[in-house]
Design a protein. Structure first.
Length: 609
């Protein structure tokens, strides 16, 4: 990915790069600041929400403690009233064995319980029960049983075993009511005679379940949150359900998960995540549990995120606008300079950059203008004057040597040789005429391969006559290469070197092979002889010298060479680039092979002939 991005950036325009750079420089700190701010705010809000929920739970527990302490004090009052203790002791016996009550005792107990329940709306009933089950209450006599047997009630058995400690009984339907339809939360205590510590009865205070709910009325509790009050046995005393009516107590008690949860933990219930908070009261042993949906906790964070995104989008739009304007202003001088240079590449050297500022772009423009002035001067001084000088030299040369006069003279000699029946002289004169015509008439640097081969053939004919038939030359040229353009006079120097330095002085003469072959996209021009050759070290040194940039004649094997190997190597490299080369190979007594490698032009490419 990074490599792909890097390659596209390298190929993109400067304006695109600057636009991307400005955008990144503007957006990067903005994004970093937004992310850091959002994370900090979100973390702070989560912590504050969690602490607020804990505070709410603590406040609920504090209110519960006040209510329960009040009820506990009421449960202690009979211990300080001799009349109440004596009346309860009068009706002693096994639970459920009581049958009748003195009217005077009933009235006294009725007044006592009614007085204790006066102006306490959270209390539904205060009940004093003797050991035999005789029940005294502030509740209307028609709504409550006179005698009650609680031995079958599980909660009452727990009360009997409490040894005088006050007990909180979870919501239940007491059976001592004539029509037990409603549930009540009770605070109960075993009443013992202070002197003998003998049990004389029980006191049960029934509180409305709504009394626990009224504790929450004045507290600002999130509507989507659940709030529960449980005792030490994780029994539910009260639950304030969320606005959608969802009850979480049943889900929390599954698999006994509730005792294992700790405050501040995230808990998933029915696929929804909640913040779990627990506050325990050391006094009552009750725990207030709060469950707040994480969506609610993060509500303000989401609002901040949405606000941040809108701000970020606005800033992105503004940043893009500023980046486009800045990149345009910065790159406009460069684009103008590029357009001027494109016109210069097409040969228009009169282009200038204006106006010029005092910054780096202005300095670059002034440098461009000075360069154009210098190019114009050099063009007129070097090219125009040089062309005129060459034309003058050519005219002077042509005025001194008239090619037609030479051709006519050679033709006259050729006719005389034919009349005198000197065939070899005729051949040499004909070949010499072709050589002169090739070297004088053609002014271009490139010729077709077939023309160079014909020229070499004429050159070889003269040497065949000279060596009296001992020199043999063989040509091997691919037909599809005959029209390929090559540098003029590139093969003749190689043949000349082979004749004078490879075969000269040998009585038996020699053979020269001249080939032009195609190898993939390369053309290999080779001149090989079977002459003296060279040892391996000399050939290696020769190839090293050819590859350098030495003086002109450093590789000429004799001062009579008109063109040395190094000169030919430099010519092909100048024309075809570093892909072209000249190499020498051979061995002592086996001759040498000089190979010129030229890259062939692609199909359809123009050739400057």
């Amino acid at each position: 990915m990074l490599r792909w991005l890097g390659s596209h950036l390298r190929e993109s325009k400067m304006r695109t790069r600057l636009l991307l750079l400005f955008t990144v420089l503007i957006l990067l700190p903005l994004c970093l600041q937004g992310i850091v701010t959002y994370r900090h705010f979100s973390s702070t809000m989560n912590d504050k929400t969690e602490q607020y929920t804990i505070d709410i739970a603590g406040q609920v527990n504090a209110n519960l403690d006040r209510l329960l302490k009040d009820l506990e004090r009421l449960s202690l009052m009979p211990l300080y009233d001799e009349k109440v203790l004596s009346i309860l002791a009068k009706y002693n016996g096994s639970m459920g064995s009581g049958s009748w009550v003195f009217s005077d005792d009933y009235l006294k107990m009725k007044l006592y319980t009614s007085g204790q329940a006066y102006d306490r709306p959270e209390i539904h009933g205060i009940h004093l029960i003797s050991n035999s089950g005789v029940l005294f209450s502030n509740v209307d006599a028609m709504a409550i049983n006179a005698v009650w047997d609680g031995s079958g009630e599980e909660w009452f058995q727990t009360l009997e075993q409490s040894d005088g400690q006050w007990q909180i009984i979870p919501p239940h339907k007491p059976s001592y009511y004539s029509l037990p339809e409603d549930e009540y939360i009770a605070v109960a205590r075993v009443i013992k005679e202070p002197k003998t510590l003998e049990r004389v009865g029980y006191m049960i205070i029934d509180a409305n379940v709504n009394a626990f709910g009224s504790i929450l009325d004045n507290l600002n509790i999130e509507k989507a949150a659940n709030l529960m009050i449980v005792d030490q046995q994780q029994r539910l005393l009260y639950e304030r359900e969320s606005e959608d009516g969802f009850s979480a107590y049943g889900e929390l008690t599954k698999h006994e998960r509730l005792p294992q949860l700790v405050s501040g933990q995230r808990e998933v219930i029915n696929g929804k995540q909640y913040l779990f908070v627990r506050h325990h009261s050391p006094y009552s042993g009750l725990s207030v549990i709060g469950l707040t949906p994480i969506d609610v906790v993060q509500k303000e964070s989401r609002e901040l995120l949405l606000f941040t995104l809108w701000i970020a989008l606005s800033c992105v739009g503004l940043a893009m606008l500023v980046a486009i304007m800045m990149s345009y202003r910065v790159t406009r001088p460069l684009i103008e300079l590029k357009n001027k240079m494109a016109r210069v590449e097409q040969g228009d050297f009169n282009k200038r950059v204006s106006p010029l500022s005092n910054d780096e772009f202005g300095q670059l423009g002034r440098g461009f203008n000075r360069m154009m002035d210098e190019i114009n001067r050099l063009f007129h001084e070097v090219f125009v004057l040089g062309i005129r000088e060459k034309e003058a030299e050519l005219s002077a040369l042509q005025s001194q040597i008239n090619p037609h006069f030479i051709y006519n003279t050679l033709e006259s000699i050729n006719m005389m040789a034919i009349q005198q029946k000197h065939a070899e002289v005729s051949d040499m004169v004909t070949a010499l005429g072709k050589l002169l015509r090739y070297t004088i008439d053609r002014a271009g640097r490139l010729v077709k391969l077939q023309e160079e081969i014909d020229f070499v053939a004429s050159y070889v004919r003269i040497h065949k006559v000279r060596y009296g038939g001992k020199l043999h030359v063989f040509f091997n040229v691919d037909e599809d290469l005959k029209d390929v353009s090559i540098p003029k006079l590139i093969l003749q120097p190689l043949v000349e070197n082979a004749v004078y330095h490879g075969l000269d002085g040998r009585e038996e003469g020699g053979i020269i092979w001249i080939s032009a072959l195609r190898f993939q996209n390369e053309m290999l021009l080779t001149v090989r002889d079977n002459g003296k050759g060279m040892d391996e070290d000399a050939i290696e040194a020769l190839n090293e010298e050819i590859g350098r940039q030495p003086a002109y004649d450093s590789l000429r094997r004799s001062e009579q060479d008109e063109l040395g190997l190094q000169n030919i190597s430099q010519r092909v490299k100048l024309l075809y680039g570093e892909g072209a080369s000249l190499t020498v190979d051979g061995s002592p007594g086996q001759g040498l092979a000089v190979t010129i490698t030229i890259l062939l032009p692609a199909e359809g490419a123009d050739e400057d002939v």
